[in-house]
Every structure is written in C-alpha cells, then in structure tokens.
Ligand binder design. Structure first.
Ligand code: NDP
Length: 250
C-alpha cells in the first residue's frame, strides 16, 4: 500500500490533495495539520475513511520538536518506510508588498518557512523515505518562484516569489544529492487556485495585471498534481513541473 504524508492538510490545496489521494483505495494517507481536530474538512474525511486508509497527525512544521516526534511515529505508522512526502504547507505574507513598504519580519518568516523549516522536515523524514519502496518527495512551489516567470511583476517586491525561488534552489541542489540514493525529488506549481487563502491574496493583482492567467479549482489542481507525483520517476529528479505535467523554466 503506497503511503503519503502531507503537510498543511487542514484546508486549501493540502485538503484537496488528501481527498484526491483517498479516491484511490490502494493509498494510505497520513494527513498532517497544525490542528487536525480544528479542520472540518479533515474531520469529515476521518468520518468517511477507516484508520487503515487515513491517519490524522498534528504537525506544526515550524516546531522542530514536534517534527522529530512525528518522524519517530513513522516507524510505527509505516514500518516499511514513507513512500511519498508532500511538502504543501505554505505562508504568503508579502505577496503584493513593494520594496518600499515590505515588512522585513514578515519577509524573514517567509524565508525561514521555505528554507529552514523544509531542511528540518527533510532531515527528520528522510530516514523513513529512504527505506521505502517509492522514495518520492514532492515540494509545492509556485510559478512565481521561477526567475523567468515570476520576475515579471512590476513594482512589487513579491517576497513570496523570492522565498519560493530560494526554495527551488534548495530542492534542486539537495534533490541532486538524494537522487544518488534513489530518491525522486520534484518541485510543482499547483496552478493558480484563487479559492484558497494564498491564492486569494494575489487575486486583485492578477485581475489588474495578468488577467490571462486562468484560475482553476482545487479539485482540478489536485487531480493533476497527484498524477504528476504518481508518474514521476527517478529520471525526473530534479524537475519543476506544472500541475498539468508540463515542465516549467527555472
Ligand atoms: P492556504 O492558505 O489555503 O493553505 C495554507 C496551508 O498551510 C494551511 O493548511 C495552513 O494550515 C498550512 N500551514 C501554515 N503554517 C503552517 C505550519 N506552521 N504548520 C503546518 N501547516 C501550516 O493556501 P494554499 O492551499 O493555496 O497553499 C498550499 C501551497 O500551495 C502553498 O505552499 C502555496 O505556496 C502553494 N501555492 C498555491 C497557489 C494558489 O494559487 N493557491 C499557487 C502556487 C502555489 P492552518 O489551517 O493551520 O493555517
């Protein structure tokens, strides 16, 4: 039974990815969130699926102690290793800040979340991932983190895109090392999903400046994104995918 662990599954895309993965009866999903009991979406899924298919675990990804505790729990939850790790949890404080007014504390938090927090998560979960059959890591990034695509936003510092660009470099470099151990690491842009909090944070700007970017539903994003993960092979490490399976420029 292929196993999946998702961060930030309480709402938005993380919840949609969890729902999509559960549609396949072969999958075991460990859905994590800061408060799984506080997520109506996760509670509804837990009422529908047995523990053999869906396990809810509280995980604040910024708390190293909790990250390490959850990593320990994996020995019992998935003794044969964690097949797929999906880093989805995200923050977007400075999506439409300008260089003149950007809040440096918020900027620092975005960088910390995308870099230091991810390093801690990967360090903690890699022993389990490496002993699994599938050995896959999916990092949710954004097309805004592509230097070529995200550099086009005039006047805006868009610190969110700067943090995602740094995340891309981290995963590109570390993923190349992990590839030697048979681990497939990929980055993915889930499409612009305006119904989530992060998607909505930029919707006014997109309406004004880039009205051609299509908004997709979280279901369409989840179906495409989980297909990309399922079909990814070691040869794809380290690629930057769009949710529809096409590749994005760095
Ligand atoms: P949401 O704001 O709806 O979801 C963000 C998720 O991250 C929530 O589940 C939130 O949990 C979780 N989270 C935040 N901080 C923590 C933490 N410390 N520990 C654990 N979980 C945490 O946004 P999206 O669903 O849109 O975002 C999901 C990912 O997709 C992000 O990485 C985002 O950058 C990326 N993305 C989204 C796009 C879009 O158009 N929507 C486009 C490109 C990329 P809680 O409920 O506890 O706050």
């Amino acid at each position: 039974m292929p196993s999946y662990l998702i961060t930030g599954a309480s709402r938005g895309l993380g919840l949609a990815f969890t729902t999509e993965l559960l549609n396949d009866p072969a999958n075991l999903v460990i859905a994590t969130a800061r408060s799984t009991s506080g997520s109506k979406g996760l509670q509804d899924l837990a009422a529908k699926y047995p523990k053999e298919r869906l396990i809810l675990v509280d995980l604040d990804v910024t708390d190293l102690g909790i990250v390490q505790q959850v990593a320990k729990q994996l020995d019992t939850l998935v003794p044969e290793g964690l097949d797929n790790f999906i880093s989805n949890a995200g923050v977007a404080h400075g999506a439409v800040a300008t260089f003149d007014d950007l809040d440096l504390d918020a900027f620092e938090d975005e960088l910390h979340f995308n870099l230091v927090v991810l390093v801690n998560l990967l360090r903690a979960f890699l022993p389990s991932i490496k002993k699994s059959k599938q050995k896959k890591i999916l990092i949710i990034s954004s097309s805004l983190g592509s230097i070529e695509l995200g550099g086009y936003m005039p006047n805006l510092a868009n610190t969110y895109s700067i943090a995602k660009a740094a995340l891309n470099m981290l995963v590109r470099k570390w993923g190349a090392v992990l590839k030697r151990d048979g681990v497939t690491s990929i980055l993915l842009h889930p499409g612009w999903v305006s119904s989530t909090e992060i998607g909505d944070s930029i919707s006014d700007w997109i309406a004004e400046n880039a009205p051609d970017i299509p908004s997709i539903t979280s279901d369409v994003s989840a179906a495409g994104s989980m297909k990309v993960l399922k079909e990814a092979t070691l040869e794809d490490a380290v690629s930057f995918f769009n949710f529809d399976g096409t590749k994005l420029p760095w």
